[in-house]
Design a protein around this ligand. Sequence first.
Ligand code: CTP
Length: 394
Amino acid sequence: MELLGKRIVLGVTGGIAAYKAAELVRLLARQGAEVQVAMTEGATHFVTATTFQALSGKPVYLDQWDARMPNAMAHIDLSRQADLILIAPASADFLARIAHGLADDLLATMVLARDCPLLAAPAMNRQMWENPATWRNILQLQADGVHILGPASGEQACGEIGAGRMLEPEEIVEEVIAFFMPNVLAGRKVLVTAGPTFEAIDPVRGITNLSSGRMGYAVARAARQAGAEVVLVSGPVGLPAPQGVRRIDVRSALDMHVEVMARAAAADIFVAVAAVADYRVANAAEHKLKKDKGGIPPIELVENPDILAEVAAMAGGPFCVGFAAESRNLEEYAQSKRRKKKIPLIAGNLIQDGFGGDDNRLVLFDDRGAHPLTPAPKSVLARQLIEHIATLTG
Ligand code: CTP
């Protein structure tokens, strides 16, 4: 419920992507937003108002001359009540009209009369998107403070391939959530590790652990939503990369070590959430081990590099944050890991509270002592961790 209590006017304009706006209403409502839909006449040729009314639970506004508002001023009342106006899809024509301050239908009038921010997700044919006239309008709107979301590239409804596709509803929701977040890490570069590592025994077998990657992915997402540029070095997990985060996939601790060390010097903050295997197999077999070879195959282990400790030891390196998953004595073990690795902050949790699930219970340990966070979904805890990091790094 990351948009709880937020009042969003969703303006739907004419374009094939209007059908995706129905899903967008559902996803915004699922995050707790109160969605009021207003459509242009053009949009009604693609989706009906009834669809949006059913999904938003509110009557849809279409017409400047709508008599439902007692003062006959729908354009003022609807935009004044909103925390945000989101136009999705935003057609080339609609962007042109609002770039020029036209108020020739209800939605354009609401945009002109608003005193809240405006986000627009363009959707159009690639040639329309590339047209200098569209660019003039986009640049004008950006100069006026309008946030343009996307567009994405790919196959278009007309069969052509190029830029101009509306972002997917899930991506738009992420942008809306990020928009409401305080930009506590604006302009910072954040490097995050997540997930387990996989240490090969032979081409098909290996040593790994039960880390789901969810906490690391939540940290990467929260950092991005706080305005940071985020690179996520991820062990093998089945999670999609958070919107706007650059993900680098790795398998073993050695791969993770290489990718992190190549980027650590450029990072301002390093958050090591990955459950890195402490040991790898020294005698990994090139071919699959066969049991009829007689005897139990000996597995020799050698120690993996401690990625976090190595980054923490870099001169002028990033602000380092570790994670400690313990099964008991949380404070004692977490604080001793923090001191041993010489890092300013470590987030500790008891394995029985969080491993693999959606929720977690975290305690942050720094020089000032222990800061227990209220048990919550990992997305919420990740945001609190990011706020704590922002406070410590000024
Ligand atoms: N870490 C790392 N590289 C390693 C091992 C751990 O970067 N080779 C990081 C983890 O991402 C995490 C923290 O260090 O942030 C965990 O510390 P560690 O002492 O390695 O934890 P455990 O392996 O759980 O230690 P122990 O088995 O002693 O409890």
